[in-house]
Design a protein around this ligand. Structure first.
Ligand SMILES: [Zn+2]
Length: 67
């Protein structure tokens, strides 16, 4: 993956190796944190050719949580 992923908002994992594009049984793609299991927004490959980019953007697009 070319674009860097932000750390997981749930567990704080920063390791890119644990942040990967995953696919559900319906063929929807999303970024998953393989450390805690949290997932980003689902993006359908069938209706969005730029599904990878969209899934990454969805993962990175959020407000930083206040402590
Ligand atoms: Zn996580």
């Amino acid at each position: 993956m070319s674009e860097a992923l932000k750390p997981c908002p749930f567990c704080g994992n920063k390791k890119q190796a644990f942040l990967k594009l995953d696919k559900d049984v319906y063929g929807n793609f999303f970024i998953r944190c393989f450390w805690c299991g949290a997932g980003g927004r689902l993006v359908s490959k069938a209706i969005n050719a730029a599904y990878k980019k969209t899934a990454i953007a969805a993962w990175n697009m959020r407000k930083e949580a206040a402590e």
